[in-house]
Design a protein around this ligand. Sequence first.
Ligand code: KG4
Ligand code: ZN
Length: 346
Amino acid sequence: MKVLGIESSCDECAAAVVEDGRKILSNVVASQIPFHAAYNGVVPEIASRKHTEWIYNVVEESLDTAGLVPKDIDAVAVTTRPGLLGSLLVGLSFAKAFAWAQAIPLIAVDHMLAHLYAPRLETDTLIAHNNTPEYSFLGLLVSGGHSIICRADNFDDITVLGTTIDDAVGEAFDKVAKHYGFGYPGGAVIDRMAQSGDSGAFRFPLPNLHKGEHRYDLSYSGLKTAVINQLEMFRVEKNRDIKPEDIAASFQKTAVEILLRALFNAAEDTGLSTIVAGGGVAANSYLRARLAERQDLRCVFPPLELCGDNGAMIAGIGYHYLIRGEQSPLNITASARVSGFKKKYP
Ligand code: KG4
Ligand code: ZN
């Protein structure tokens, strides 16, 4: 069965065709980065306008690349939450029209669940995962908007163990890069710069919250503020031996340490030894290297092109709803908010 997946929750306008939930026939991602770079962040109004301009061509290209025409598609899966509302509505409206015109099922997909699904996909060039993770596993969902540690018992059965109590980890990368003028988007730039920096040059604080019910929680506002406060010293002493690469490496080390502390607590307490990472920050090379050091844990990362937002993960997970006979009504709407991903405190 061939599912068309449409993703427009943020600044990637993406469409893909995936067969039987695994085989990627096409995966087109049109990035809006150049349009947001001048603002050092995603401008929602620009994002939804670009989606409106691009969505038809992106879907058309995904069909052409797969060598298919609309009547070959069995269902349309589309991100309906969470994300920027105006952007989500562009993809959703297009998906509704496509589903209605072809008289095929429409399937609403949660973007965060789809990120966790990404390592189950395979491509022609990359039989991504002979080591496809079996349920149950620990999920590490780390992106610009979310930082979640969860237990996954099925593709749609998630229990949140910990979340950030303030900023998301990707947001911290982006804000630090913005304040230092490193470039946009911040995560990839800091990752690259850090490779030639000294991660011991600066000592930034770890949040002090891993007690009681907060054992799996995360916090990034303190780190973000500490790193940004360092900027003054960076400006004053720029001519001395303070290198931007050192700031990047020291920040990245601490940001990853915060994630790992909570994640390892969760692994220890749940006894789950398989970890599946997803979301843009899962592309981070230092995070990957640190997790690879833990011989006792099996860490599964999607290939780099499937870490960020893409239509393949939407189509892939959509297939599983389809074969369960689940579909969404044409009057379904989008939501900016996460659903079922809020941690409940006792
Ligand atoms: O999943 P994603 O593409 O979009 C959201 O759903 O937010 O994640 C984007 C986030 C941004 O904050 C970006 O800076 C971060 O992922 N990111 C990275 C790296 N590549 C992207 N963060 C750290 N290291 C990277 N290599
Ligand atoms: Zn995402």
